[in-house]
Write a protein that binds this ligand. Structure first.
Ligand code: ATP
Ligand code: MG
Length: 353
């Protein structure tokens, strides 16, 4: 097996209360493509920050191959201290990196170097953060939610770009298709521990279900054993005559292991009183327009949204800019979907949709 570029061993971390990470191992070799999956709050981002050297664990060891370049994409990029997108992106380059490398990527992603990063849209901010980590062509990319806020063309571009590179990848994402297409190894973080399979995300769900079913069956076995021992303790003839010290200690150990087991969080059954509806009409907009300076975002948009109707708003991430370049405002229209209960609002630069 190839020597690891990155290796974490026995990582433990508690922020107070239940331990977040308990003896976690993570190994990444050259060119490996891992996805790191787990429920919200299971500690994925924290583990990635530990791998990036940004968070110190309570215990455990971290090895990074000394000449390997690592770049980390945070879940929430921080642009503070940077006046332009170029400044922010170039700050990610090492002294010997190609100073021109960011230009190609910025062009591909439709970013303008002179823009103020504080004024970027969510998608533009994510693109800028991606350019910053991709430009140095690192050996390992640690990517926390790289597709957040991206539109479909940008997600597809990113997928192609990552697939073409030799970099080892550790990806956290809630975009299942993106993970399935890219990952070759799945690392599942669950209740403080990791499990790993040498298969991509496409295999994850059935594997996880098998693991949880096996765990549940072990737990039931343990419960039955405890029940039988407790019965013996109460009613057994031998137990009444003379307490078997070893057997009593055994029962205590069984009870302890049941207490220690952190059960998988299942589907939470929730019932909420439906908010009282004040009427069928939720939103009525009439001839709404919005511009940032001279860039129109929405012009002359009217809609009525009714209660229980499902709507989505989508557009090209560049519609604002394209519209400005065309000298026309983006226009909006309803697009009734195939299902009567749904409808979409298209926002685009076309003057005559
Ligand atoms: N610096 C910190 N101090 C205290 N608690 C923290 C800190 N960082 C994270 N946590 C807590 O640790 C837990 C795990 O956080 P983390 O962001 O690693 O989860 P995650 O698996 O990435 O979740 P998500 O899928 O929502 O992004 C959360 O409950 C979070 O509130
Ligand atoms: Mg996270």
């Amino acid at each position: 097996m190839a020597a690891p570029l990155l290796q974490l061993n026995g990582i433990a971390l508690t922020f107070g209360g239940t331990p977040l990470l308990e003896g976690v191992d993570l190994m990444v070799s050259a060119g490996e493509r891992l996805c790191l999956v787990g429920r919200n709050g299971s500690g994925k981002s924290t583990l990635l920050k530990i791998a990036a050297g940004l968070v110190e664990p309570d215990s455990g060891t971290t090895f990074r191959k000394p000449d390997a370049t690592i770049r980390y994409l945070p879940q929430e990029p921080d642009f503070s201290g940077f006046a332009t997108v170029s400044d922010y992106v170039e700050a990610g380059l090492a002294p010997n990196d190609d100073r021109n490398a960011p230009r190609y990527l910025m062009e591909q992603l439709g970013l303008r170097g002179e823009d103020n990063p504080a004024e970027l849209s969510g998608g533009e901010a994510r693109r800028a953060a991606l350019v910053r980590v991709l430009a140095p062509s690192p050996d390992i990319l640690l990517l926390d939610e790289p597709t957040n806020h991206l539109d479909l063309p940008a997600i597809e571009w990113l997928e192609g770009e990552l697939a073409d590179r030799n970099a080892a990848l550790v990806i956290i994402s809630h975009d299942r298709r993106f993970l399935a297409n890219l990952s070759r190894v799945t690392v599942w973080l669950d209740r403080g521990k990791v499990r790993r399979i040498e298969r991509g995300f496409a295999a994850f769900e059935s594997w996880r279900d098998d693991v949880l079913a096996e765990e549940e069956s072990e737990r039931r076995k343990l419960d039955r054993k405890i029940e039988a021992e407790e019965h013996w303790m109460r009613y057994g003839v031998t137990a009444r005559r003379k307490r078997n010290v070893r057997r009593v200690a055994g029962l205590q150990a069984l009870r302890q292991s049941r207490r220690d087991a952190r059960r998988a969080a299942g589907t939470v059954a929730m019932s909420a009183a439906e908010a009282e509806r004040s009427g069928a009409l939720v939103i009525e907009a009439s001839s709404v327009s919005k511009s940032y300076g001279s860039s129109p975002v929405v012009a002359n948009f009217s809609t009525r949204i009714l209660a229980r109707r499902r709507s989505s708003i989508f557009s090209s991430a560049r519609s604002r800019r394209t519209a400005a370049a065309y000298g026309s405002a983006p226009t909006c229209k309803w697009q009734p979907s195939t299902r009567a209960a749904r409808a979409s609002i298209l926002v685009g630069p076309s003057a005559n949709p």
